[in-house]
Design a binder for this molecule. Structure first.
Ligand SMILES: Cc1cc2nc3c(=O)[nH]c(=O)nc-3n(C[C@H](O)[C@H](O)[C@H](O)COP(=O)(O)OP(=O)(O)OC[C@H]3O[C@@H](n4cnc5c(N)ncnc54)[C@H](O)[C@@H]3O)c2cc1C
Length: 431
């Protein structure tokens, strides 16, 4: 073990982590070294050098973003929507390129990517906003809990891009505090009757069905009574379910959010996803995946911002010289690049841990927290480097700056991530 630790330090001191931000070939390439971790007396290597397959995946995704998504970003932003014809074109071309539902298992018809490869893909797609990128298809992993007759309508058809879902957890009275969900499902023979309201529920276009979380009972625990939650698959068009557009958001304008109102909405027991009373346990199994998705997206967005800001700083002249030569600008670029590198490494590390089966919820929380805060700072620096032009709609900077804001809020706010991390630190030391 001592020798292994020794080689770890030798590796680290003789090799360099390389991220190439220049020009079109801006893949984040961790060439060397294999980063070593001492785990229970042995050294495990996390080597983030992309394999040939990963390199191909990243190149394919980059070209897809540049050709199929970015040319439309201004128009969909103006419309606040993605026209159906364009949405279909993106879906079809993403399928043809093997990018559609790449997160889902091959047994369900998906790409079956491992978490590190998926993170690399999400990072590239993150350079385009959710309005467009949402049509590339990344179904909620929770749908893997579908069983028997549920698989065709709620899993396989989604992976094929024929139907789309939305994940309906948040309510007007229950945001961070999900335990205060008030939507109820009451058993009635073989059915359940749902009543309640969900808001801020996003989807790439009007969803065909919703994964709705509702209270189905209360159990006694040593700490007192505790609500039991169940998740239901509820089709749009079911009597008693009203789906309407929610308010316009400042960011990701072409990615609408919906309000769902359930009024005596009757669904069969075959619509229960997973086990009754275990809705949160089912959701929690996949939460790490969504937090990594946010982290990877933020890294992609930050790389785009850094790339644009660097080129601007290298060419824009004031006082007879390029503004990048002023320390106030050059140091901002240095901070942006350094923070991005750190976020990239943390995100890939957590993705790797997910693949190894060793990821804790605090790991995913750290990646989400750090990357989403990082992109906020990077976006703000980018606006500053562009000066007035950074706020004009002619350039993508102001849009990326607005889009980045929600990354610190959805999928658990930064404060909630800090809560998860601090609880994990304190728990072993508390009686
Ligand atoms: C654009 C958008 C899309 C969304 N998409 C979806 C979706 O598809 N499906 C879905 O279910 N939800 C979705 N959400 C909801 C999102 O997950 C919630 O907005 C988020 O969890 C925060 O809840 P809240 O907005 O009610 O804020 P609140 O929970 O009211 O929080 C307000 C503030 O209080 C702080 N706070 C709350 N509790 C604590 C605490 N214990 N300690 C410290 N600080 C605390 C928060 O950090 C925050 O700063 C979306 C939200 C947005 C904005």
């Amino acid at each position: 073990m001592f020798i292994n630790i020794f080689w770890f330090f030798v590796e680290c001191s003789y090799n360099q982590l390389v991220t190439d931000f220049g020009g079109r070939r801006t893949v984040t390439v961790y060439r060397h070294p294999a980063i070593a971790m001492v785990v229970q007396g042995t050294v495990r290597f996390m080597d983030f050098s992309p394999s040939d397959e990963q390199r191909l995946l990243v190149d394919t995704a980059r070209q897809f973003v540049e050709r199929e998504l970015l040319p439309h970003e201004r128009e969909v932003e103006r419309l606040g929507d993605v026209p159906e014809e364009l949405a279909r074109q993106i879906r079809d071309r993403a399928k043809a390129q093997g990018l559609y539902a790449a997160n889902m298992p091959e047994t369900a018809g998906g790409g079956g990517l491992d978490p590190v490869s998926l993170s690399m893909l999400d990072r590239e797609l993150g350079k385009a906003g959710w309005g467009l990128r949402g049509h590339v298809g990344r179904p909620s992993a929770i749908l893997n809990a579908c069983e028997g007759d549920q698989r065709e309508p709620y899993l396989l058809s989604v992976v094929r891009g024929e139907r789309k879902e939305c994940f309906a957890l948040t309510e007007p009275g229950a945001g961070s505090d999900v335990m205060s969900i008030a939507t109820k499902a009451v058993r009635d023979g073989n059915d359940y009757i749902l009543n309640g309201e969900k808001h801020f529920i996003t989807a790439a276009g009007v969803p065909d069905f919703a994964i709705v979380f509702a209270v189905t009972g209360v159990e006694e625990t040593p700490k007192g009574p505790r609500k039991r939650f169940t998740s239901f698959l509820v089709d749009r068009g079911t009597k008693g379910l009203a789906v309407t557009r929610g308010p316009r958001s400042v960011g990701y304008r072409a990615y609408p959010n919906f309000q769902l109102v359930l009024t005596d909405c009757r669904v069969g027991k075959g619509q229960v996803l997973g086990e009754e009373g275990r809705g949160f346990e089912v959701a929690n199994e996949w939460l790490g995946d969504t937090r990594l998705l946010v982290a990877s997206t933020c890294c992609g967005m930050a790389e785009r911002l850094l790339d644009l800001a660097t080129k601007w700083a290298a060419t824009r002249k004031q006082f007879g010289q390029t503004i990048g030569r002023f320390q106030g600008t050059g140091f901002k670029l240095a901070d942006m690049a350094t923070e991005l590198r750190a976020a990239d490494l943390l995100t890939l590390n957590v993705a790797w841990k997910l693949g190894q089966g060793t990821m804790a919820s605090s790991d995913a929380a750290m990646a989400k927290l750090f990357a989403s805060e990082m992109v906020g700072r990077v976006a703000d620096h980018a606006v500053q480097i562009f000066g007035g032009m950074g706020l004009m709609e002619e350039l993508p900077i102001e849009r990326l700056w607005r889009d980045a804001r929600v990354e610190r809020i959805w999928d658990g706010t930064s404060e909630i991530q800090r809560h998860i991390i601090s609880r994990a630190l304190l728990r072993p030391h508390e009686s």
